[in-house]
Design a protein around this ligand. Structure first.
Ligand SMILES: [Zn+2]
Length: 348
C-alpha cells in the first residue's frame, strides 16, 4: 500500500478501508467505495485512538495500523518469526500473559522473544506441549483463565528497573540523533538542517551525561542513517536504561514555535521522563507544546523508558536562528540533563 487513499477517492481500496473501520466499531455513512466526509471522520477517529498523526488520510502507516487493529486473539496462530508478527491480537495476548505474571514485555502488539518465552513458561505451567507457539490449545487454556489483576508484570518490571537504577550515575543512556546521511530532516529558512542540529545537540548532551556519571552510547555514527526499528534494536541490544531521541518540529506556518516531547502510550516511565524534560525546556523559555503519547516505531520498539524530544520548530525563523547559536544549544542540552536528573530523583 503505497498510494494515499483520501477524501474524493473511489476504489476497492476505499471499500476495504471502510469495511475494516466498521469491523472496528466506527460508523461510516458514505456510499461503499466512496471516500466522503464520513469515511474521513472515521479515519481521523481511528488515528486519534491509535495516537497517530491525525490527518484523515490513509497512507502506508495508517493502512498497516488498520491491518494490525483488525486481528482478534484466536484469529491466527502466533509464533516467533522474522520479521516479527504484529497486531492487536498480540497486544491482547501480551496483556493477558502479563496479567497472569508471565513477562511478555511491553504491550506493543509485536511478537518478539519475550512473548515467545512467556508463552513457553505459560505452556510449562499449564501442561501444554511447550512449543512457544500460540495456537488452539494455548488459546483454549488462556481463555479459561481469569485475568483481572490490575498492574501488569511488564509495567512492574519497567518500574523496578527504574527504581533499581535510581541514580543517573552508572545508568546506560542511549542518545538518538535524528536523521543522518542522505536525510537532512526538516529545513530552516537559512539552510540549517534538522540533522545537523540533532547531531550537535547529541554530542553536547553526551558530554554532559558522561560528566554526570552516566554511560552514554549513540544509536548511530555521524555518516550513518539507520531506520527507526534498527535504532530501537541497537538500544535493546546494549540493554540501555533510557532512550532519548532528538528531533526538531516543523510546520508550514512559520509562526509555529515551542517544545514538545513524546512517549509510548502505555509507558508510565516514558511519560514521566517526557514530562520532566518538557518542564525544563519550558523553564528555559520554550512555548509549551506539551507531552504527547505516540506509537512511533522508536518509542514502540524500545524496551526501556523512551522519549522523543523536539525542543523547537526549525521552521520558525527566530527559533531556527537560536538553534544556530552554540550557547543556546548548551542551554537546551543542560535542560534535557536536568529533566533526566529529575526523572531519576522522583519518588516512586
Ligand atoms: Zn525529525
Amino acid at each position: 500500500m503505497n498510494r494515499l487513499i483520501k477524501q474524493g477517492s473511489r476504489s476497492d481500496e476505499v471499500l476495504d478501508v471502510q469495511t475494516r473501520l466498521r469491523a472496528l466499531g466506527y460508523s461510516v455513512e458514505d456510499e461503499p467505495g466512496w471516500f466522503g466526509e464520513s469515511t474521513r471522520a472515521a479515519v481521523r477517529a481511528f488515528q486519534q485512538r491509535r495516537s497517530m498523526l491525525v490527518d484523515g488520510i490513509v497512507g502506508p502507516q495508517t493502512w498497516s495500523q488498520l491491518v494490525e487493529a483488525s486481528w482478534r486473539l484466536g484469529d491466527r496462530t502466533l509464533y516467533l518469526k522474522n520479521p516479527y508478527m504484529r497486531g492487536d491480537d498480540i497486544s491482547t495476548l501480551q496483556s493477558r500473559l502479563n496479567a497472569l505474571g508471565f513477562d511478555a514485555g511491553r504491550e506493543d502488539g509485536i511478537f518478539g522473544p519475550l512473548a515467545y518465552e512467556a508463552i513457553r513458561a505459560f505452556q510449562r505451567e499449564y501442561g501444554i506441549p511447550e512449543d512457544g507457539m500460540f495456537g488452539q490449545h494455548t488459546f483454549a487454556a488462556l481463555s479459561g483463565l481469569r485475568v483481572d489483576r490490575p498492574g501488569t508484570a511488564a509495567e512492574l518490571r519497567e518500574e523496578l528497573r527504574h527504581r533499581s537504577d535510581r541514580a543517573l550515575a552508572g545508568a546506560l543512556v542511549m542518545i538518538d540523533p535524528g536523521h543522518g546521511a542522505g536525510d537532512p530532516g526538516e529545513l530552516g529558512s537559512s539552510g540549517l538542517t534538522e540533522t545537523e542540529v540533532c547531531w550537535r545537540l547529541a554530542t553536547l548532551l553526551a558530554e554532559r551525561l558522561v560528566a554526570a556519571g552516566a554511560r552514554v552510547r549513540l544509536t548511530r555514527t555521524e555518516p550513518e542513517n539507520p531506520d527507526n526499528s534498527e535504532r530501537a534494536t541497537r538500544a535493546n541490544d546494549i540493554g540501555a536504561d533510557l532512550f532519548v531521541s532528538l528531533h526538531l518540529n516543523a510546520n508550514q506556518e512559520p509562526t509555529a514555535e515551542g517544545a514538545s516531547a513524546y512517549h509510548f502510550g502505555t509507558s508510565r516511565a516514558g511519560k514521566a521522563i517526557a514530562e520532566a524534560i518538557q518542564d525544563q525546556l519550558v523553564k528555559l523559555g520554550a512555548r509549551d507544546c506539551r507531552v504527547h503519547a505516540r506509537s512511533f516505531a522508536l518509542l514502540r520498539e524500545t524496551r526501556m523508558p523512551a522519549v522523543m524530544v523536539e525542543p523547537a520548530f526549525i521552521t520558525n525563523p527566530d527559533e531556527s536562528k537560536r538553534l544556530e547559536n552554540h550557547d543556546h544549544l548548551v542551554g537546551v542540552s543542560d535542560a534535557i540533563v536536568a529533566g533526566i536528573r529529575e526523572f531519576y530523583n522522583q519518588p516512586h
